[in-house]
Design a protein around this ligand. Structure first.
Ligand SMILES: NC(=O)c1ccc[n+]([C@@H]2O[C@H](COP(=O)([O-])OP(=O)(O)OC[C@H]3O[C@@H](n4cnc5c(N)ncnc54)[C@H](O)[C@@H]3O)[C@@H](O)[C@H]2O)c1
Ligand SMILES: O=C(O)[C@H](O)COP(=O)(O)O
Length: 528
């Protein structure tokens, strides 16, 4: 069945076309993001949800999203998505981190000019027939100091444009390296210094607990008198009430805002002030940016739903479309080896060691680790998947250790997983053969050669004559056909392992009988 995607915000028709071309069924309902109830009613029918900023992907909505595998944000900010809730449900959240950066940076520059020359007010006055030539006295931006708070993708582009406009640019960003600051021609400063020196301040950080009200009443008071403030990033970075007071007192000369604490903003403390310019979250609204983000989000979501490739995910390691064909059989191997170990372990797992040997050590081991953890946890947690498994493992305090060795041994690649419990360590290793099928090659250090089968019986025993015959007879008498029988042992008379693929299933009674056979140490049913 073709995967189904719902687009619940306004997106370029390019997205619809790409989904169709990639074999994904698509429903375009651009106003649904504003209708929470209706969205919750139908979200259960979809594998993918493509959104902009109007749709709020809350934990409550995700409860109804029983089939959802991916949320794609056609844009940058994902503050409208409850990512921990999506992760817990195994839903990938991806964005398009660069598609609208230039456009948004240009909007910030446009708002800076609008403030410097009071263009919106002058336009309204002129079109009202007033010709108030003496009322609108602007300021030049040349040689003025622009303070950039948050100098990532957009802040960096704003800085570059401002340098071109002959401004002096200073930036506050704890994660801006001195090398990058030199490269883009900005002076890296602390926030206090930026506030003290800047003639214009522009904000380009995400909204986090650290950045909320980064321009608080106190910070605004530290600004140079006559400062002009531009916010094209997120509502909540500036204390709107404090800013209004500073505008009223004349301490701040002007403010240009594209984003607001409450959106859609129909009322706001800043509204109505003569030196305030507002736009309705238009930062990303150009034909070019909307084409970019629509195309990118549709390609990324289709790649995931159709090919399993993951890019720009915020809660899962990336798997490129190029690496997916080589990686996919190993993802399957890692999950099955993990599942094998998880099914064998009854007591609390305290730690997991993952060893990648040979070619597999050069692959995307973050994705393989996520797959292996999924396998380990699934016997206890039905709903866990590659998205949620690393977070769940961390939450449960499982120490996860990765070891990579590129030298090859008997096989081109070996993946070994060791589960640690308070009582013991148990390892299982496997590889992928040339036919692309995963194989078990070692259990507890004992060499084996077994394919994974849907129904298997795992028996450890003392290697004494008669065991195989007795087990075969027991299964035969119960009407159970043996499909394959793999054996491995340490040495004659010592520990041995039998891995038996069977048609049908062994019930609890029969398992007890296997367990009661002479020399049997442990008998377990396994399902793959
Ligand atoms: N108005 C719009 O339509 C529109 C469009 C696109 C993006 N945005 C918003 O713009 C913002 C920036 O986007 P971006 O692509 O440049 O993101 P980015 O991740 O590339 O850059 C953000 C920068 O903020 C810095 N930062 C984080 N915490 C900080 C702190 N406490 N103090 C100072 N700096 C801090 C980071 O180090 C990073 O360099 C986002 O919030 C995004 O949602 C708005
Ligand atoms: O973070 C973003 O990409 C912008 O806020 C754009 O939002 P929009 O897609 O709703 O215009």
């Amino acid at each position: 069945m073709a995967p189904r995607v719902l687009i619940s915000d306004s997106l370029s028709p390019t997205a619809v076309q790409i989904f169709k071309d990639r074999g994904v069924e698509v429903d375009y309902q651009p106003n649904l993001g504003k209708d929470k109830e209706k969205l919750a009613e139908i979200i259960g029918n979809y594998d993918g949800l493509a959104i902009r900023s109007a749709t709020k992907v809350t934990a409550k909505l995700l409860e109804k999203a029983t089939r959802l595998k991916v949320v794609g944000r056609a844009g940058i900010g994902v503050d409208n998505v409850e990512i921990p809730a999506a992760t817990a449900k195994g839903i990938i959240v991806m964005n398009t981190p660069f598609g609208n950066s230039i456009t948004t940076a240009e909007h910030a520059i446009a708002l800076m000019f609008a403030l410097a020359r009071e263009i919106p007010a002058a336009d309204a006055s002129t079109q009202a027939g007033k010709w108030e030539k003496n009322k609108f006295m602007g300021v030049e931006i040349t040689a003025k100091t622009l303070g950039v708070i948050g100098c990532g993708n957009i802040g960096g582009i704003v800085a570059d444009r401002a340098v071109g406009l002959k401004m002096r640019v200073i930036a506050f960003d704890p994660f801006l390296s001195p090398e990058r600051a030199i490269e883009i021609g900005v002076e890296k400063v602390e926030l206090e210094e930026l506030l003290r020196r800047a003639d214009f301040i522009t904000l380009h950080t995400p909204l986090t607990e650290k950045t909320r009200n980064i321009l608080s009443a106190e910070a605004i008071a530290k600004c140079k008198k006559g400062v002009r403030i531009i916010n094209c990033a997120r509502g909540g970075l500036v204390d709107e009430v404090a800013l209004r007071a500073a505008l009223d007192s004349g301490h701040v000369a002007g403010a240009a805002f594209d984003v607001f604490v409450e959106e859609p903003a129909t009322t706001n403390p800043l509204f109505g002030h003569p030196n305030v310019v507002c736009t309705p979250h238009l930062g990303a609204s150009t034909t070019e940016a909307q084409e970019n983000v629509a195309l990118q989000v549709a390609e990324q979501m289709a790649d995931y739903l159709v090919k399993g490739a993951v890019s720009n995910a915020l809660n899962m390691p990336s798997i490129t479309a190029e690496e997916a064909p080589r990686l996919t059989p190993f993802v399957k191997l890692a999950e099955m080896i993990g599942s094998f170990a998880g099914q064998l372990t009854d007591t609390d797992i305290t730690g997991i060691r993952l060893e990648y040997e040979g070619d597999v050590a050069t692959m995307n081991t973050r994705a393989l680790t996520a797959a292996a953890l999924t396998g380990v946890l699934k016997p206890q947690l039905e709903t866990v998947n590659m998205v949620s498994a690393p977070a769940v493992a961390k939450e449960r305090g499982l120490g996860v250790e990765e070891v990579r060795r590129e030298e090859q041994g008997t096989f081109d690649s070996v993946f070994r997983l060791t589960v640690k419990t308070a009582k013991q360590e148990r390892s299982v290793a496997g590889t992928v053969f040339a036919d692309g099928k995963p194989r078990i090659v070692e259990i507890k250090g004992i060499q084996m050669d077994a394919e994974f089968q849907p129904s298997m019986l795992y028996v450890t025993n003392k290697d004494k004559p008669g065991f195989i015959g007795r087990l075969g007879t027991l299964l035969g008498d119960a009407g159970i056909n043996i499909a394959t029988f793999a054996l491995g042992r340490q040495a004659a008379g010592e520990d041995a392992i039998a891995l038996v693929a069977i048609d049908g299933a062994v019930d609890a009674d029969l398992l007890d009988k296997v367990q009661a056979l002479p020399n049997v140490v442990q008998a377990k049913r396994l399902r793959f």
